[in-house]
Ligand binder design. Sequence first.
Ligand SMILES: [Zn+2]
Ligand SMILES: [Zn+2]
Length: 157
Amino acid sequence: MYLTKPEPNPPRLPAGPMAQAARVADAATADRMSPGTYVRLRRHKAGWSIPDLARAVAATPDDRQPLQDEFRAIEQSSSGIHRRRVAQMAELLDLDMAIYLALVGFAQNPSPDLPSPRICTGCGCTWDHACADKDGLCDFPDDKTDLCTACTHTEKD
Ligand SMILES: [Zn+2]
Ligand SMILES: [Zn+2]
């Protein structure tokens, strides 16, 4: 007489609300901002050019050109981490290091069960780095638009 070995249960995706949440998060993963784009948006918003930023950070004039190259590489980067340089930029720009590191983390390991931070696609503002305009602090007009009210007004003007 033979004993049939029980088949291991195939891994099954959770059904119900969990699966629903995963789908929502998948949609969010698709248009997550790259860390470099976030840095670039914050620099534009603060009104800094890359040469100005390099001049402010450089210890000696000889450092300026390599720093400019490095800042450009940071802004083009879709996943690499540049913690030290970006921390220097964060001192001059209204840039949230926690958001930057979160975006680097998502780029390196897209984990659909983590909520991604909501970032304005026009200026890179986030909830605790909101823009101030004539109407007060900016907000997101609705759940579907990733353009803050300050950027929406600017586009209309
Ligand atoms: Zn904005
Ligand atoms: Zn804003």
